[in-house]
Design a protein. Structure first.
Length: 200
């Protein structure tokens, strides 16, 4: 083998050695990059999974909260409807009283709402026509107990029931509907306590 061949062989051997070293180094770097990439991917996957789990938990909690709110709202609405129905039934019962009971109730109302001054009391035409004999004397006696006096108007008012008191041009609506409307909150509380006790 000539000297030139030896030099070529040596150069080739060194080149191969260098190539192997470069390939090994590249493979090591590639493995490092792949390992780092796998670790980063796994970390990302864990982060995504954790976020997804947290989102699912949050959504589940919100759904339970919404269901609970809906249930409580529906229950409250049902209770309010039942209370309103009881109050409406009470109003209907009062409106359908027999004549004696009805005028007896009106007398109690006059005692409660009459003022200690002269005034006028107005009824519906139907109540004026159905008024028991001697009832005007009861009205005057009830007004006198309050320290005032009441004159019964001969003109029937356009009201369903109850009466209107007029003092110095100022009218006080004492119809049963007006009293029910004014006392509705208090009646709702009373009916709620009767139906549901101390339950919220």
């Amino acid at each position: 083998m000539t000297g030139l061949d030896k030099i070529v062989d040596q150069i080739l051997a060194e080149a191969k050695t260098e190539a192997d070293r470069i390939i090994d180094q590249a493979q090591t770097q590639a493995k490092t990059i792949a390992d780092e990439s796998d670790a980063a991917t796994e970390k990302s996957v864990r982060a995504i999974r954790a976020k997804a789990d947290a989102d699912v938990k949050n959504l589940d909690e919100r759904m339970h909260s919404a269901n609970d709110l809906y249930s409580r709202t529906a229950t409250l609405a049902a209770k309010q409807a039942m209370i309103a129905k009881v109050i409406d039934l009470a109003y209907e019962k009062i409106c359908s009283m027999d004549r004696k009971s009805y005028f007896g109730m009106l007398e109690k109302m006059i005692r409660k709402y009459a003022l200690a001054q002269p005034g006028e009391i107005c009824f519906s035409k139907a109540d004026l026509d159905a008024m028991p004999l001697g009832y005007q004397m009861k009205i005057k006696a009830a007004a006198a107990e309050a320290g005032g006096s009441l004159t019964v108007s001969d003109t029937g008012r356009d009201i369903e029931n109850g009466f209107i008191l007029v003092y110095g041009g100022i009218e006080e609506n004492c119809t049963i509907k007006a009293i029910f409307d004014a006392s509705r909150d208090e009646m709702q509380d009373t009916v709620h306590a009767l139906l549901y006790g101390k339950e919220a």
